[in-house]
Design a protein around this ligand. Sequence first.
Ligand SMILES: [Zn+2]
Ligand SMILES: [Zn+2]
Length: 231
Amino acid sequence: MSDVVLSKKCCKCSRHLPLSEYHLKRESPDGHQTKCQSCVRQYRAEYYQKNQERLRQYSLDFYKQNADDVKAYQKEYAQRFPDRIRERNKQWLLTVDRNAFLEQKRQWHRANRDRMSQLQKAYRAVHPEYARISCHKRKARLKQAAGTCSRTQFLAKIEYHGWRCYLCNTSLTIKELHMDHRTPIARGGSNWPANLAPACGPCNLSKGRKTESEYRTTLSACFSSSTPSNR
Ligand SMILES: [Zn+2]
Ligand SMILES: [Zn+2]
């Protein structure tokens, strides 16, 4: 055996660097790549820049063809690493450009208007109790109500409740999370953080126009006459 190589010259930038500065490559004689890590990083970044459109299209196509597999994988990942997902959600919440995000949402709604109204119609046919409350009226009331809740306060609320529904204790991801008004706006509640709490969709929807204590009374009445579920 020859002497152990501890450093070598990068084939790209010609610097002499310790082997630890190179990525591993099992097939090569010294077990490391010929380009140093920073050269590799630069190469990847340039490659991504040059092929951005193509790469984005590629991953879109891949998603379309393998939507079920991708979704299953994402679900499994979220179950295995809930902390990572939470951290990512937290970062997203703190850094997202609110206006750009809302604009993106608006564009999506414009593009999917017909599909959405069909879905809503079908939903209202099954749940006539929601048909009465029009979305516009609700939004108008939300805007009129007193109080605001900043992004940091919103996040603090979620953290305080341990990313769980404050009514049924179900663990929540950002996608499943509803911000519930303990006292509904329609009943004079505000948008101040003290009146807000994270809830799961089912609790938020079934609570409807009830206050928190009214809802809890109904819940305990239900549970004393039937066995509680896991949700
Ligand atoms: Zn290099
Ligand atoms: Zn719940």
